[in-house]
Design a binder for this molecule. Structure first.
Ligand code: TRP
Length: 454
């Protein structure tokens, strides 16, 4: 097949680009709050097992599909099997749901950057600061989360409109390594806070009492989210990968990179939250990072400055991901409705603001609205991570494992070297992953409906 797609110039370029899109708020904001909420060590253990088994198999499958077909997600699924075109659509729905609320969190990050920049480090570390901010309890426009959310969306729209993604990417090549170094520093400091050792134990030592299918579902949703799986993204990345680059090795490196950053973020936050709140804040949910880190910086000499740099770097990590999310949504509109890029970008921007506003105000003026007992942001997060992505992953396993056959993928991997974990890949995609997915999804649905209570 003749390929007209441009490719990454070398394998490391591919790994960096894929990792750059994968590393974002998922690692720094989402992983720590889930790990804290779902039992610490047990969540970490389940996450790691899933990453090297199921995550590995699914990422290999998606990148291979992309490289083999040279197409992006909707067309790629259809090309593999005409009846599976719908799966491409289903997968595309995920970034459409994620982008608006991702930008809400992006807005929170910009707000914290701004507060640290103007010397309000002590204020940000106060107990009620975060809750008063998201419930729109502060006065003035700068205290309103809607302002920061819209600002963040406009920033993304501007980057996509003026086509300066390359600039952001270049900047983030410097910012990302800095973020890693700074995070390691902050994590080490966190561990010196009196009382942190209790938290470290909670984070690292699994307690099997806390294990349930919900732990597995949460860890799996997080794995998909963090590695941008089960949403068609890795198919698109694969379509730009060169035939001769080693696919299996690249997948391993992306996974290690992504997991390492999430692990370090957990080290920064979880021991500290136990130290400061004695565990009371462990269930803080989406606000955990924003409640805990300012306190860590508050306890640190020069923490006010470290905070400015830290939130600036997190902003870059978030931007590279949200720009790539927005790009994905824009290209879905472009391809399907044949809109020109400018129109598609503006319409997507307006849509993101409209839908994201619900999530943004869901902890304040709209807090009386609950969907399945959740606020808007938690609800959108739940629908995409705990429902849609597992379904997409399940159907992908069926398509590869039982409809077109695993050979499609293993042949593709073998064009660029020996497929070392072929056996693992086949067993995971054909049997283990789909069976586990069905069991977990069913038990969760029965739980939500109140039929079982485990
Ligand atoms: N993986 C990203 C993170 O950890 C979030 C994300 C999900 C994403 N889907 C994506 C990023 C698609 C880019 C493209 O934050």
């Amino acid at each position: 097949m003749k390929r007209e797609r441009s490719s990454f110039s070398n394998r490391i370029g591919f790994v960096l680009a894929a990792a750059g899109s994968a590393v974002g708020l998922g690692n720094i904001w989402r992983f720590p709050y889930l790990a804290a909420k779902y039992g610490g060590g047990i969540f970490l253990l389940v996450y790691l097992i899933l990453a090297v088994s199921f995550g590995f198999a699914l990422m290999i499958a998606e990148i291979s599909i992309g490289r083999k077909t040279g197409l992006s997600c909707i067309e790629a699924y259809r090309k593999l099997h005409p009846k599976f075109g719908f799966l491409g659509w289903l997968a595309s729905l995920v970034p459409i749901i994620i982008t608006p609320y991702y930008c809400v969190i992006g807005g929170w990050v910009v707000k914290y950057f701004f507060e640290f920049l103007r010397g309000n480090a002590a204020l940000a570390a106060e107990d009620t600061f975060f809750s008063s901010f998201i419930s729109v309890g502060e006065s003035g426009i700068l205290g309103n989360p809607l302002f920061w959310f819209i600002l963040y969306v406009l920033l993304n729209v501007a980057v996509v409109l003026f086509g300066v993604e390359k600039g952001i990417e270049k900047a983030s090549r410097i910012m990302m390594p800095l973020l890693v170094v700074l995070s390691v520093g902050v994590a080490i400091f966190s561990l010196t806070i009196p009382g942190a050792m209790e938290g470290l134990k909670y984070y690292l030592l699994p307690d099997f009492k806390d294990f349930s299918t919900t732990t597995v579902l949460a860890a799996m949703g997080q794995l998909f989210y963090s590695m941008s799986l089960a949403m068609g993204i890795m198919i698109t990345y694969g379509s730009y990968m060169k035939k001769e680059d080693n696919l299996e090795k690249s997948v391993g490196q992306i996974e290690i990179f992504d997991t390492a950053i999430a692990f370090i973020a957990g080290l920064m936050i979880i021991p500290a939250v136990v130290a400061f709140s004695g565990g009371a804040d462990i269930n803080a949910g989406p606000g955990l990072m924003f409640v805990t880190l300012p306190k860590v910086f508050g306890a640190m000499k020069g923490g006010a400055i470290v905070g400015v740099i830290f939130f600036l770097l997190v902003m870059f990590a978030a931007l590279t991901s949200s720009i790539s999310l927005m790009e994905t949504v824009v290209s879905i509109f472009q391809d399907k409705l044949h809109w020109e890029r400018k129109k598609a970008t503006i319409v997507v921007g307006i849509g993101v603001i409209a839908i994201g506003t619900l999530s943004c105000l869901g902890y304040g003026p709209l807090s009386m609205v609950k969907l399945l007992g959740m606020e808007f942001l938690d609800f959108f997060d739940f629908i995409s991570n705990s429902i849609l992505m597992p379904i997409v992953a399940f159907l992908t396993c069926i398509l590869i494992g039982h409809v077109v056959g695993t050979k499609v993928v293993s042949d593709e991997v073998e064009t660029s070297g020996h497929f070392k974990k072929k056996g693992l890949f086949q067993v995971m995609i054909r049997w283990v992953a789909p069976i586990c997915l069905v069991v977990i999804l069913l038990s969760e649905i029965l739980k939500v409906l109140g039929i079982i209570s485990v």
